[in-house]
Design a protein around this ligand. Structure first.
Ligand code: IDP
Ligand code: MG
Length: 150
């Protein structure tokens, strides 16, 4: 079962969209594994976005993600990485598919509401960066067999 890190970034929290994001992921059939509402330290932001260091938008990105609390979550399911990226929509909101979160709620890349891991490997690494093993809950939902084929 794939796991992926989701962040409702500071703009999503400020705009009262934690419920909207969570509700769409639940509705899709994904299963919540962990969640915490937290302030993001500069150190955590820089580790999380290390791949973007040196890019023109990097300093703004670090300021953005540390500017207010975020809702950090881990979601799991078959093809969870691709499913969640699809529910979020493309990084640039004006290219996001209609019906996706970034299409429906955002206009600019620097205020695009959410983060979601972009590969299974990065998902595992990001989950380990943001959560301690003891914070991850393995559980079964009563309707899992009607959502997960196996
Ligand atoms: P992703 O969040 O869709 O995976 P990435 O390319 O990994 O997109 O970029 C990380 C975040 O950095 C984006 O979600 C967005 O907030 C921000 N970002 C990326 N490119 C730009 C840009 O050109 N201008 C402003 N912000 C950007
Ligand atoms: Mg990314």
């Amino acid at each position: 079962m794939e796991r992926t890190l989701v962040l409702v970034k500071p703009d999503g929290v400020q705009r009262g969209l934690i419920g909207e994001v969570t509700s769409r992921l639940e509705r899709r059939g994904l299963r919540l594994v962990a969640a915490k509402f937290m302030a993001v330290s500069r150190e955590l932001a820089e580790t999380h976005y290390a791949i973007h260091k040196g890019k023109a938008f990097y300093d703004g990105l670090i300021l953005y993600i540390t500017s207010a609390p975020v809702m950090a979550m881990v979601w799991e399911g078959p093809n969870a990485v691709a499913a969640v990226r699809q529910t979020m929509g493309s990084t640039r909101p004006t290219e996001a598919a209609p019906g996706s979160l970034r299409h429906d709620f955002a206009l600019e890349m620097g205020r695009n509401l959410t983060h979601a891991s972009d590969s299974v490997e990065n998902g595992d690494q990001e989950v380990a960066l943001w959560f301690k093993a003891g914070e991850l809950i393995s559980w079964e939902r009563s309707n899992d067999k009607w959502i997960f084929e196996k």
